[in-house]
Design a protein around this ligand. Sequence first.
Ligand code: HEC
Ligand code: HEC
Length: 293
Amino acid sequence: MSDFWSWYIIILVVINIVAIWGLLHFTRELDVTPEEDGTTGHAYDGIKEYNNPLPRWWLYMFYITIIYSVVYLIVYPGMGNYAGTFGWSSAGQHQEQVDDANAKFGPIFEKYAKIEVEELVKEKKAVVMGQRIFANTCFACHGSDARGAPGYPNLTDSGWLYGSTPDDIKMSITNGRTGVMPPMGAALGEDGLKDVVAYVLTLSGRESPTGDAEAGKAKFVICSACHGAEGKGNPLMGAPDLTDSVWLYGGSPMLIAKTVTEGRMGVMPAHRDILTAEQIHLVTAYIYSLTNQ
Ligand code: HEC
Ligand code: HEC
């Protein structure tokens, strides 16, 4: 924080404390001449007000809170850049908790890190730890049951964009993935689009009411560079298999047409700076366990 803002906060805090003390001091008793009946003369709805001070204990409680705030501001941070005599900081407290957790879980993580994922899935405790990491870090995108959502792959089925081996999965998590499906609407034109969609539908054993699948097959050459000549996909670039029943963005003719026209770009963020290598190993085991038990 710059010196200006530091002083700005210090001055505001001091003014506030002094003002509260002053308010308390000057309102202990009102400086009015009482009426004959001993009241201040203020009346509201027939209720009159005596000029009585606050009960002592009550007044002292207010003073105690002021003293408390001053002591607090001496020992804890609160006055701009001043760190407080205890040297406490939220970052420091967090680091302490992280160190504690590392001391506690470190040996367990280390033990599991040495076990291959294929073996680790048999250790129930390890899978549960991986599941917890998943629930903390991944559920917002992949869902709490890892079944995903449109655009976010289901991790419990047989369809994999980037491969299903432990190494593939670990790579996806560690370095992230970006799948780029280019927009093809302009290249295909309106009829071309209908034909290609019709052809894509036949790949998963369906028929299209519109479009000419045969003509679409001929146009599919511009797709095959990524999806493969038979439409079976390519894990190197995350191009999905179009012949199965697993759809990332939806397999209806309308959604396929939308994907092909506008393109798609799914981003799996890299987690190498968010999780440790040991945590990634455990969450990989959890993901692997979903399809390999
Ligand atoms: C440059 C490579 C590339 C080309 C060319 C390409 N695609 Fe794709 N396609 C991809 C990738 C990568 C994805 C996955 C996008 C993602 O993960 O967000 C994808 C996704 C799709 C999907 C969505 C599948 C699903 O599961 O929801 C369809 C349908 C599709 N492509 C059809 C086509 C068709 C038809 C063509 C040709 C007209 C084509 N693609 C050309 C790379 C390509
Ligand atoms: C911000 C959203 C987001 C978060 C958080 C996220 N993912 Fe992903 N993940 C995605 C998307 C989107 C894809 C698909 C990328 C693509 O379309 O090419 C993906 C792909 C994957 C894949 C590859 C799937 C395949 O079919 O090959 C794996 C494995 C995976 N994620 C696991 C995880 C794990 C484990 C975590 C938590 C540590 C995680 N993801 C966190 C969005 C996310």
